[in-house]
Design a protein around this ligand. Structure first.
Ligand code: ARG
Length: 414
């Protein structure tokens, strides 16, 4: 080890972060350690990425296959919280950043680095998620963003890569900014920045066109305490379950999302997502919660879920409040065990059956047929007392001439 400062860079293997290795070195005089984390984004082999980082001038390169960890420790909590930001976005990028940050901090400790770096721009959420995650785990570390802080624009990157003959393609002109992992895929920029422009076919890669679906596909998803454990009776890991549902849900065009999103930095942005596995799982999980969670707990949980999604979106994965909400959510999952049957077809995952030993559904209480054990005579007294407060308020309104106007004069005063 030299006495030079060391910087750990979140490395994707793409053009911008490949150039960033040399760029950071030149601009800061520090040594760069590249860290690539596989969260199921597909694409290149980790060893190829590792070698490229070294070829681009990294003094160390660390790659981690974090797919199982991502599925178990990030996707499962997101599923237990039915995590949907603004009721729609399954937090694809938002849940990956804390995990990537964790691996980066580990590398910083291992290789004696004092500064962290990432390839995010200065106007997105991901810069905040990385940096707040870093400080939440390691308050002593600094952070820089070469794009934001060292003027590493795309044109500069292309020039630099050509001039230094870096082993990375500079010609591929993808108009979109894409972030993907096993939980889903986010697509932004390009012509999508015009809110009126419909997404074209080439935007999608996890999903096929739902308007030309194959035959309906029936799937049974089994859960234990809120965690998916089997598909069609076959035990599988969370990672395998997401992957298989990405395939099967994707073939049916399920999980395409087009939203104008409220970013943490205050702007609205147009985002396209595709998250077939995540959306199928969330739908199934919500349904099993419906039959296994007590009403008041369920009502409260939906508010906790919403807040959880906001916190995770807003870079608060490691925050105390998020931790407390996790504890509440975990407690609610005790009886969320059972099976949900769904038909996957033409862009929709439709629940067609649910069964659970810990269900709160009581056939004999619900039925209108023989076997009914619900004593309807109790309802009379219940309604009398339940409606008492409303009755008192209404009587006062009438006394003050503020009763409901039926359009025929105030009957009570005639
Ligand atoms: N807007 C989404 C989020 O904040 C997706 C970000 C995707 N990142 C990207 N570099 N394309 O979670």
């Amino acid at each position: 080890m030299t006495d030079k400062n060391r910087i750990v860079l979140a490395y994707s293997g793409g053009l911008d972060t490949s150039v960033a290795i040399g760029w950071i070195g030149e601009q800061t005089g520090s040594e760069v350690i590249a860290v690539a984390v596989d969260v199921g984004q597909g694409g290149e082999d980790l060893e190829v990425i590792r070698q490229r980082a070294l070829d681009c001038g990294a003094v160390e390169a660390y790659v981690a296959d974090a797919r199982e960890e991502f599925a178990d420790d990030y996707c499962i909590p997101a599923l237990k919280a039915n995590g949907l930001y603004q009721g729609k976005y399954p937090l694809v990028s938002a849940i990956s950043r804390p995990l990537i940050a964790k691996h980066l901090v580990r590398a910083a400790r291992q290789f004696g680095a004092t500064t962290m770096a990432h390839g995010c721009t200065g106007k997105g959420n991901d810069q905040v998620r990385f940096e707040v995650s870093f400080t939440s785990m390691a308050p002593d570390l600094n952070c820089i963003s070469p794009v934001r802080d060292l003027a590493l624009t795309r044109d500069v990157a292309i020039d630099y890569a050509t001039k230094h003959d870096l082993p990375i393609e500079t010609t591929k002109n993808n108009p979109f900014s894409i972030d993907q992992n096993v939980w889903g895929r986010a697509i932004e920029t390009g012509f999508l920045e015009d809110l009126w422009n419909a997404p074209t076919k080439d935007v999608y890669s996890y999903t096929d066109d739902p308007t030309y679906p194959p035959l309906p596909d029936e799937v049974v998803i089994s859960f234990e305490q809120g965690v998916p454990v089997a598909l069609d009776g076959k035990q599988m890991s969370m990672l395998e379950i997401i992957q298989e549902l990405n395939r099967r849900g994707g073939a049916q065009g399920i999980g395409r999302i087009d939203i104008v999103e409220d970013r943490l930095v205050g702007i609205k942005s147009r985002e396209i997502y595709e998250a077939p596995g995540a959306m199928v799982l969330i739908e199934a999980h919500k349904e099993l919660e419906n039959v296994t969670i007590e009403r008041e707990q369920a009502r409260f949980k939906s508010r906790v879920d919403e807040r959880w999604a906001e916190l995770v979106y807003d870079a608060q994965w490691f925050s105390p409040l998020k931790g407390s909400l996790d504890a509440f959510i975990e407690d609610t999952q005790r009886y969320v065990t059972g099976d949900v049957r769904m038909t996957l077809h033409a862009g929709r995952a439709t629940v067609t059956g649910r069964r659970s030993d810990s269900s709160l559904y009581d056939f004999n209480l619900a039925t209108y047929e023989t076997g009914d054990t619900f004593d309807q005579s109790h309802s009379r007294g219940f309604i009398e007392i339940y409606g008492m407060a409303a009755k008192l308020a209404a009587a006062r309104d009438v006394r003050f001439g503020n009763g409901v106007d039926f359009g025929v004069g105030n009957l009570a005063n005639e």
